[in-house]
Design a protein around this ligand. Structure first.
Ligand code: FES
Length: 636
């Protein structure tokens, strides 16, 4: 069939596709990522584009507002090409409009972050400079036996392997270096694997990558394996987002669509390769010198990264294909580094408590602590671990993507332009907001939403059940398309030119998200017969960016009513834990044990979670005894 061209404007990127291809898919072929929260089902209304020229056909109606249609927009997933076309992509529809915040400087050559206490620097992959004796007629052991013998005392291990590709290079390398050789060796699970050989005593550096594969974003650190220094950090959107916003939609795509698993596998590999290419170029490092990769991701992300089907994760009794996976090579996955490099993944605990949580738990050192620690990672799922050196319990609650901006009219991730702080005058209802990067407001991120909900409660804009109080005296309260809404920022000062509002539906979604997280915490505490007051420290990781107001988070009943000094933010604990395991064999071993040590509590079994959840759907809670420091505001 003759292909047609689809030109995307203003990028000037072209895709050549067969007629009948959706604009969403064509955009992805051209390298333009569109927002597509529903994975192309036509229900989210996010993939809006404008047809500037050429012929298209509508394949379905989809969820598009009359306003958008009048503005000449169409849903890219519901529109197929029928000839050469020119498409304009509005700023609001782009997925990669802004860079992912890494919480620290994006690129740095730093002295170095300390490894966690108790873990000496002993990377998973190291170089050994060896001098072998030349063979003779009398001493005639093979080249490989000679190399293994020389390595044995260095690596303190008898089980030394070599892959066929590396073995093929051995004879010539030994002789070219006059029996001096440099071997790069990965040591995991009690085995040593020769990953790379160089003739003579080489001074080339060896590098590793620490990777966090999140459902929404992917972050990679480039690390010098000899010094432990982090040479660069990069993050971007997970290209899997084109197949759906959340893990369930992606699991369905992987298991029910033709080539669905391959689509998702290739998308995440391409995302990681893009970050690797950028990091290597920026650090002037050759991909051939990258020999080890440590990966943390939730259970579904790990499956998709390795090309394993996640089908049974979402079907009762919710079993992953593998909780622990063997190391693989870069060639197996198509990563743009040394093809013999070793890739290891953190083990998962259960279908919804994955390697990212094991990695975070490793970083927190809570499995060695005397005090009782609660570690919470708040993303699309609220995953949490409670315990100390004697016991660890864990659970995951489906909080929904509200705190990452999903399902909220003007919700967005914590990135430049996102409102992260809100103050409301209790008398005049005037609003002051501050944004990340001090830019014009584009939307509102998790920390801003928590602030907002707390201030709405305190000023009486909503009641304890989250209902908008339509009789308050301010023009900011108005009736919108979906009921009452409150105008946070008028359109004349926003980046998108639209009024940024919080609707009653947004409030309901936030109540459900905060209720799920708090109910999860209550269930974990009940499982070990403890009260909130028994918690000595709360460690918070996740997508809140740099800031979350603890008093507000307690005020809305998201977090337990504990003194603020008990709370500590630890940022992206998943990638930091990956870095730790990459640089410490002890830490890697500990991570393998952690996966087995954590007791998983399935919240969907029994009624307890549902009862706690329903009680937590008020501000802050139906049982005010649980929130003694929160004052109930009654403006009526
Ligand atoms: S409506 Fe097109 S991707 Fe959701």
């Amino acid at each position: 069939m003759n292909k047609v061209s689809v030109l995307f404007f203003p990028d000037n990127l072209v895709a050549h596709v067969e007629p009948g291809t959706s604009l969403l898919r064509a955009a992805s072929y051209a390298g333009v990522e569109l927002k597509s929260n529903c994975g192309g089902e036509g229900t989210c209304g996010r993939c809006l584009v404008k047809v500037k020229d050429g012929r298209v056909k509508l394949k379905g109606k989809g969820n598009i507002s009359a306003k958008a249609r009048q503005a000449g927009l169409v849903l890219a997933c519901q529109t197929v090409v029928d000839g050469n076309v020119v498409i304009e992509i509005p700023r609001d529809s782009r997925l990669d409009e802004h860079k992912v915040l890494l919480g620290e400087k994006e690129i740095l050559v730093e002295k170095d972050e300390e490894l966690a206490e108790g873990y000496p620097l002993q990377p998973l992959c190291r170089k050994f400079k060896l001098s072998l004796s030349a063979p003779t007629l009398i001493e005639n052991a093979s080249d490989l036996t000679r190399l293994q013998a020389a390595l044995r005392s260095e690596v303190d291990c008898n089980d030394i392997h070599i892959g066929l590709n590396t073995l093929r290079t051995l004879a010539d390398i030994l002789r070219a270096g006059d029996w001096n050789v440099t071997a790069t060796v990965a040591q995991l699970n009690g085995c040593a694997d020769i990953v790379h050989l160089e003739q003579g005593h080489s001074s080339r550096q060896s590098f590793g990558l620490a990777v966090d594969i999140g459902t929404t974003t992917v972050v990679v650190y480039l690390i010098d394996l000899e010094t432990g220094m982090t040479l660069g950090k990069k993050g971007t959107y997970n290209k899997q987002a084109r197949y759906g916003d959340d893990v369930i939609t992606r699991m369905i795509h992987a298991s029910e669509k033709v080539d669905g698993l391959q689509d998702l596998h290739k998308a995440v590999i391409s995302t990681i390769n893009q970050l690797i290419d950028d990091l290597l170029a920026q650090g002037h490092v050759s991909g051939d010198d990258v020999h080890m990769v440590m990966v943390a991701g939730n259970t579904t992300m790990t499956h998709l990264f390795l090309g394993l089907t996640p089908k049974y994760i979402r079907l009762e009794p919710y079993i992953p294909l593998a909780a622990s996976t063997p190391p693989v090579s870069a060639a197996d996955l198509g990563l743009n580094i040394n093809q013999n490099a070793f890739i290891a993944c953190f083990p998962s605990v259960a279908s919804y408590v994955g390697g990212d949580i094991v990695s975070g738990t490793l970083l927190t050192n809570m499995a060695k602590a005397d005090e009782i620690i609660l570690f919470i990672d708040i993303g699309t799922n609220g995953e949490m671990v409670l315990g100390n050196k004697d016991w660890l319990v864990t659970a995951a609650c489906s909080a929904g993507p509200a705190f990452e901006g999903g399902g909220i009219t003007f919700g967005m991730r914590a990135m430049k332009g996102a409102i992260e702080h809100v103050v409301i005058d209790p008398e005049t209802f005037e609003v002051e907001v501050s944004t990340i990067g001090k830019m014009k407001p584009m939307g509102i991120c998790g920390s801003g939403l928590i602030d907002c909900l707390a201030k709405f409660r305190e000023t009486g804009i909503i009641d304890r059940a989250g209902k908008m109080q339509s009789d308050i005296n301010t023009p900011r309260m108005r009736e919108g398309d979906d009921g009452y809404e409150f105008v946070l920022v008028p359109g004349d000062v926003t980046e998108c030119g639209k009024d940024i509002v919080i609707t009653e539906n947004d409030v309901k979604n936030l109540l459900r998200a905060k209720g799920a997280v708090y109910a999860g915490i209550r269930c974990l505490l009940k499982a070990v017969s403890l009260e909130e007051s028994a918690i000595d420290k709360v460690l918070i990781a996740g997508g809140f960016g740099n800031y979350i107001n603890i008093r507000d988070a307690i005020g809305i009943g998201l977090l337990p009513d504990l003194p603020a000094e008990k709370y500590v933010f630890i940022g992206n604990s998943s990638v930091k834990g990956s870095r730790l395991a990459l640089l410490s064999q002890d830490a890697y071993r500990e991570a393998q044990e952690l996966g087995k040590k954590m007791t998983y509590i399935e919240l969907s079994a029994g009624n307890e979670f549902m009862e706690e959840f329903v009680s937590a759907l008020f501000l802050p809670h139906t049982d005010m005894n649980l929130f003694p420091t929160v004052t109930v505001v009654n403006k009526a």
